[in-house]
Design a protein. Structure first.
Length: 529
């Protein structure tokens, strides 16, 4: 088995873990081989649940052999070291094998979400200069439209015969600093940028992975997420670190139903789950829970959750929720491990041992107690190598040895970090700088609110004012009195200047493929109304 990276102390505390944590990254390292070829061969790597509910299992011996054969098939098609290979498919055995095989060849995988349309796919495939794409059958038409001349290897009935007909080839030798995958930012502002990551990024993810899931791996661990493996959260917060540690991963068809998710986790005895905030909110809105769950830990990240949401999860899902923070460029560098340091509801947690994360003031100096830009000390193994073919954009992310996140936050006197907003999401209203997150958290505390998003909209007097887009829980009907009730709810819990001047009831919120709210789209909708 591969070793854990977080020290296993007899009496762990946050400060002791920070003091004991040491990076040990070999010069030569290949993620594909490390995740497929080291675990006990007979142990279960993947449990696949089909749309009909049927269950199949894949052992690590099969994962190792089949990824070597797929590497042989790709090599026969001309794929070599450094080539970019698209992977356009939902969660599946074939998707996992594709990444492993590409890495074993020394090539670069390009995770692409099935939710992308032809334009989004075309931009990424062309910008990356993809040599070939591995594509699930339902995505073939879109990919052909997006990039007509691109060679495809389709995950259809011919996929496995071609794979098994090829000779298994051993992994090439790669340096830990060699590139492994190219993953594009969500593109909420401007065109998406490709963040190029090295094989060593796996080590950068391991401290948070082990702590978020309460000292994973443990015997009989089963981990699951509804998140797409094309997202860095699904790929690097779940699948790849789990396989590195020889854990069993559960994979399911696309889509999320709260009650079906509970049944699934009960039936397959899931011990660790990555549930994005939207999934948790949907579960709460549907009152989905069970006393039969075997969950030890739930990880979530992407937007802050408040005390009420965390309390609901602990009561109804039987496990503490460890929130975490990261970006495509430098993932899961802040978070919680509830068994080792106290959780402060609403905060992002503390810098994960091994990573240095601070809040920089306008002069670029670390500051406590004031709002500034969150920054990560470079170098750091979890950090991207660069933005693909964008040296100026890469240079623009760094300042005096810090990677700038573009997020505003605050560090309290105990060393906990609190998310305020994206720098471009901040609401400037009558001299006040307002972060939407605090207002959203307050609104989520009202029984009528299932989902919400707050944005700044133009105002002749104040420059900008907060506007709240609200999705209601079942049993509640939109009305002016309810809007006023929500405004009063914020007024008495926060402050008068943070009260949404507009409350707009909507059926759903626009989101990126990773589930993040598209605030710019909400601002555009407001401007058109």
């Amino acid at each position: 088995m591969n070793p854990t990276i977080i020290p296993r102390l007899s009496d762990p505390t946050y400060d002791r873990l920070v003091a004991a944590m040491q990076w040990q990254i070999p010069d030569v390292f290949n993620m594909g081989s490390a995740c497929a070829d080291v675990a006990p061969p007979d142990s279960v790597a993947l449990v696949t649940v089909g749309g009909d509910g049927r269950r199949t299992t894949t052992t690590f011996a099969e994962l190792s052999r089949w990824s070597d054969q797929l590497a042989g098939a790709l090599k026969a098609r001309g794929v070599g070291r450094g080539d970019r290979v698209g992977v356009v498919a939902p969660q599946s055995l074939e998707t996992g094998l594709s990444h492993l095989a590409v890495w074993k060849l020394g090539a670069i995988s390009l995770p692409l979400a099935s939710l992308f349309g032809p334009d989004a796919l075309g931009y990424r495939l062309q910008d990356a200069g993809a040599r070939l794409a591995l594509v699930s059958p339902e995505n073939v038409a879109k990919v052909r439209e997006a990039s007509p001349g691109l060679e495809l290897m389709v995950m259809d009935d011919d996929f496995w015969p071609e794979l098994h007909a090829c000779e298994a080839i051993p992994p090439v030798s790669t340096l830990a600093e060699d590139p492994a995958f190219l993953i594009y930012t969500s593109g909420t502002t401007g065109p998406p940028k490709g963040a190029l990551h090295a094989h060593r990024t796996l080590f950068g993810h391991l401290p948070a992975f082990e702590l978020f899931y309460e000292y994973a791996p443990r015997p009989d661990d089963v981990i699951w997420t509804p998140a797409d493996w094309a997202w860095i959260g699904g790929l690097m917060d779940v699948l790849i670190p789990a396989w590195y540690h020889g854990m069993t991963v559960l994979t399911t068809p696309p889509g999320f139903d709260p009650h079906e998710a509970i049944d699934l986790m009960v039936q397959h005895q899931v011990t660790c789950a990555f549930l994005p905030p939207t999934a948790l909110k949907m579960m709460r809105a549907a009152n989905a829970g069970s006393s039969n769950l075997q969950l030890r830990a739930i990880f979530t990240g992407g937007e802050p959750l408040g005390a009420e949401m965390l309390g609901w999860a602990e009561t109804n899902l039987g496990a503490r929720v460890n929130e975490g923070y990261g970006q495509t460029e430098a993932n899961i560098v802040v978070g919680n491990c509830a068994s080792t340091w106290p959780v402060k509801p609403g905060s992002m947690g503390r810098p994960i041992p091994g990573h240095q994360v601070v809040v920089l003031d306008d002069s670029g100096t670390p500051a406590v107690g004031e709002v500034g830009e969150l920054a990560v000390r470079a170098p750091d193994p979890v950090m991207m190598i660069e933005y693909w073919n964008q040296p100026e954009a890469t240079a623009g992310r760094y300042r005096d040895g810090w990677l700038l996140t573009g997020d505003l936050g605050r560090e309290d006197n105990d060393g906990y970090l609190w998310f305020v907003s994206r720098k471009d999401d901040i609401i400037s209203s009558g001299g006040y700088r307002i972060g939407p997150g605090e207002i959203e958290e307050s609104l989520m505390g009202h029984e009528a609110v299932a989902l919400c998003a707050v944005v700044g909209v133009p105002d002749e007097i104040r420059g900008q004012v907060p506007a709240a887009y609200v999705v209601l829980n079942e049993g509640f009907i939109s009305s002016d009195p309810l809007a006023e009730e929500l405004q009063q709810h914020v007024r008495v819990r926060l402050a008068a200047h943070e009260v949404p001047r507009h409350v707009i009831f909507v059926a759903d919120l626009p989101r990126t493929t990773t589930g993040k709210i598209l605030r710019m789209e909400l601002q555009r909708i407001f401007d058109q109304e």
